[in-house]
Design a protein around this ligand. Sequence first.
Ligand code: CP
Length: 348
Amino acid sequence: MNQTLETRLYEAVSRVRQHWRGTRFLDGLEPGVEGTRALLDVARIYRANRLEIGRMRPLVGRAVAGLFFDPSLRTHTSMEVATGRCGAHFVYLQGGEGTWKMEFDEGVVMNGATAEHVKEAAPVLSSYADILAVRAFPKADNRDETVIRAFARYAGAPLINLESALAHPCQGLADQLTLADLGGNNSFQGKKVCLTWAPHPKPLPQAVPLSVVRAAILGGADLHVACPEGFDLDAEEMERVHGFAADTGAKLTLTRDQASATQGALAVYAKGWAATDRERHGELAAKNAHWTVGDEAMKTATAFLHCLPVRRNVIVNDSVLDGPKSRVIPQAANREPVQAALLLSWLL
Ligand code: CP
């Protein structure tokens, strides 16, 4: 066993614990500014030594249960690989198909399609696994957090949100790592970051854009959020995250002008999200089809980011995505180390 690496890992994890004793990672703000910095340090150690950590198997004997109510390529694979490399066992569960159809409402007479209540499912899974990780997009409206909130209430084990209606915190943590890689010296404090709405045929939830905002504010960015009229981000969530700006020196500019937002940015992060009036989403997305990120928008920017999967020539043109400024692959790769950092910080 590599004693130096083991010591560094323990020291980095103990710094996380100095700042964050929580067992819920639901919107990504829970570790706070210092706890997040410490988590990113653990992620960097893991990233630089993942094969050695794979040999060390520091979490052998532990188990993580991942319950997915929606499809995933990156989140599932990166969670399972991170868990395995740390030496723990990962159980993949497909919500509603490979498991019993689950009930979340209180006081329901369960004589219909649902066969198991979350009140039993969450504590039962917690009795087997040391960490639960749940992905559940909204089933009804854009603020529906029924599934992840129910697991947060009834799970005895630490809980990771793998994307809900309003948050994709692991994506946000990976995005901070990517932005810090781009910024140099492990920081993007004071650097201009642009989050731009881009057209998408579906009225997608705001989980990713809100997590980008949280990531940028936690990292102290000069954040410019550009979107057309009718696509403003959730005011309550924006207000809540803005509270962290005083601690990090972050600045927030909201604009309808994509060109000014992208001008000179360290990163242009594109994402589609639903119109506030969902009924008019198709009409408004079509009206703003010119918001697709192309070469002109990237002219003075350093890097292009997107959480993936991405619709080519709808969100972003091929020339950008296939060009030298695209950093979407290393951005996706950063999912594994940040999730490993969470596992190590809770279980080491
Ligand atoms: N970015 C992301 O969460 O990708 P998946 O939906 O494939 O997991």
